[in-house]
Design a protein around this ligand. Structure first.
Ligand code: ADP
Length: 534
């Protein structure tokens, strides 16, 4: 019998009916927190170890053991020598030796932990299924859930593109300690010297500190004040778990337990790693959902503007065609000749509207070509100065109508290898914007060579652009004017930038609201044939 009690597992003890612990194996002594010397001194009553307020099952167990010597299995709790509690399952067996009972004690902690972890994971998954939530709200929800079950406190930090951590959630089981948690040290950027721990986390490596020691706290902080703050948070066991998306760390979970009886182990780490995977999937879903919503909204808005823009030339076109039809039928009826000059003017207006429609449709086609990566360039030798001169003369009639003086400074030819039609398109976009948004004021165009690059600037003195809009006007459908005052699809500058970048060049703007704008186009001149000497 004594040999049996030396076998490491499970926890076994022998008691007499009075509750005195006669012998026990090491597993039990460890579980109960009792030293063998105390046992051997005959001082330990095993039933005294049962929690005083144990559910009746515990009391029944003790009673049953006293009276019958056989009972169980029954669930109860032990108070260990250090005061911490252990959930246990008891089974007792009366031995043949008189008044001796063998008690088997199974530590239920791992099972309870697994149940708690599963419950937490399934509660968190329910929270994560809320696809309409904002990503930060999802993360805050998970942090609060963690702090009410597997952690005493929990932090969630998002790893930004620039390597810094942004704290999006901090939750504490005791709400009055939450302000302290909000002061908890911000984690350093992964680019900071000495950030070895955070670099490892950013590579996707988790960290488990079953016993969170001062040196671990030191690795997580930068200054003595931060260290003191972290100590005040009283973590005894800590896990740091990165969230990874498409092979890259995107954030970090910090789980801390301040409870001596809750020491994190590899199963906990595995559980939070699983949680991190689910959180990333949920956050990605929420983000895609929002992007899809935004895209649908943008598309609807665009369809509204596009229909309006396409309709604008259609009305005068229809009126002109109707008037032409009337003139033709009158001349046929009366046998009179067609009034050639009026007829010509109407045709001219009609053709102008057709050109506008064609331009709009071409822009739309360009956008879909660009989105599909099908913008093809036919490179040839082009003189940017003569392109500018030609376009300025093409724009002269409309500039005159709008009261704009067009000025060109292009003293020399500036050759480069470009797609002629695309270069014309880009310059046309800039010129038509300058006339549209700078009506009534002069527009000045400069063309010059700057070594390997060619530069063209279009300067107007019109409404200008507010500083906060400068960054977005080159984006698709972005406009910085109201639809009521100026028509347009918000595509010209987007297409311009896409074409210019396809040439390896750049387009920039400097402007101030009310003070006019200057758009600068820079194009690499490319490999030109060496001119023949002589
Ligand atoms: P659209 O002119 O059709 O709106 P663009 O892509 O050509 O589209 O221009 C985007 C926006 O940039 C315009 O809506 C306008 O707010 C602003 N913008 C472009 N050119 C100028 C300019 N020369 N002066 C002032 N604002 C301009």
């Amino acid at each position: 019998m004594r040999r049996l009690l030396r076998v490491p597992l499970p926890a076994l003890l022998i008691t007499d009916t009075s509750g005195l612990l006669l012998d026990a194996n090491d597993t039990f002594l460890r579980l109960a927190g009792v030293a063998r010397e105390e046992l051997e001194a005959g001082r330990v009553r095993w039933d005294a170890l049962a929690a005083p307020e144990t559910p009746s099952a515990g009391a029944q167990a003790v009673d049953a053991l006293r009276r019958l010597g056989t009972a169980g299995p029954l669930e109860t709790e032990y108070i260990r020598a250090d005061g911490t509690r252990v959930p246990v399952l008891l089974a007792a067996l009366a031995l043949e030796a008189p008044e001796r009972t063998l008690v088997l004690v199974q530590d239920l902690t791992p099972r309870r932990r697994a149940e708690e972890a599963l419950r937490f994971l399934s509660d968190a998954s329910r929270e994560l299924a809320e696809v309409r939530a904002e990503p930060d709200a999802i993360l805050a929800g998970v942090a609060h859930l963690a702090a009410s079950s597997v952690a005493t406190w929990c932090l969630v930090d998002v790893l930004e593109e620039d390597g810094t951590f942004r704290r999006v959630a901090a939750a504490h089981r005791e709400p009055d300690r939450e302000p302290l948690l909000h002061e908890a040290p911000r984690y350093p950027s992964i680019h900071e010297a000495g950030s070895v721990l955070f670099q490892a986390l950013a590579r996707g490596e988790s960290r488990l500190y079953p016993d969170f020691l001062p040196e671990h706290a030191q690795q997580m902080t930068r200054t003595p004040e931060q260290l003191a703050l972290l100590k005040r948070l009283g973590a005894r066991s800590v896990m740091l778990i990165p969230m990874r998306s498409r092979g890259r760390a995107v954030g970090l979970f910090t789980f801390a337990s301040c409870d001596a009886g809750r020491r994190y182990g590899p199963e906990d780490l595995e559980m939070v790693e699983e949680l991190a995977r689910r959180v990333v999937a949920a956050v990605d879903n929420a983000r895609f959902y929002r992007q899809a919503q935004d895209a649908v909204h943008l598309r609807d808005e665009f369809l509204g503007i596009a229909s309006h823009e396409l309709k604008t030339p259609l009305t005068p076109l229809r009126l002109k065609l109707q008037s032409l039809q009337r003139q033709v039928s009158e001349s046929m009826l009366n046998g009179t000749p067609l009034p050639a000059d009026r007829f010509f003017d109407s045709l001219d207006v009609a053709l102008r509207q057709v050109r506008k429609l064609t331009d709009l449709v071409d822009n739309l086609l360009d956008v879909s070509r660009i989105s599909a990566g099908r913008l093809r360039l036919e490179l040839e030798e082009v003189d940017l100065s003569s392109v500018a001169a030609e376009l300025l003369s093409r724009f002269a009639p409309s500039a005159e109508k709008l009261g704009c003086v067009l000025e060109l400074h292009a003293p020399e030819p500036v050759f480069g290898r470009w797609d002629r039609l695309r270069v014309e398109q880009v310059v046309t976009n800039l010129l038509s914007n300058a006339l549209k948004y700078g009506a009534g004021r002069p527009v000045v165009v400069h063309v010059e060579e700057d070594g390997e690059r060619a530069r063209l600037t279009v300067k107007d003195h019109g409404i200008g652009i507010a500083e906060e809009d400068l960054g977005r006007i080159f984006e698709r459908f972005e406009r910085a004017v109201s639809d009521r005052h100026y028509g347009g699809l918000g595509l010209g500058l987007y297409i311009t930038r896409q074409i210019v970048e396809a040439f390896g060049g750049a387009v920039r703007v400097t402007s101030q609201a009310g003070k006019g704008s200057t758009f600068t186009l820079e194009l690499p001149r490319g490999q030109l044939p060496v001119p023949a000497v002589g």
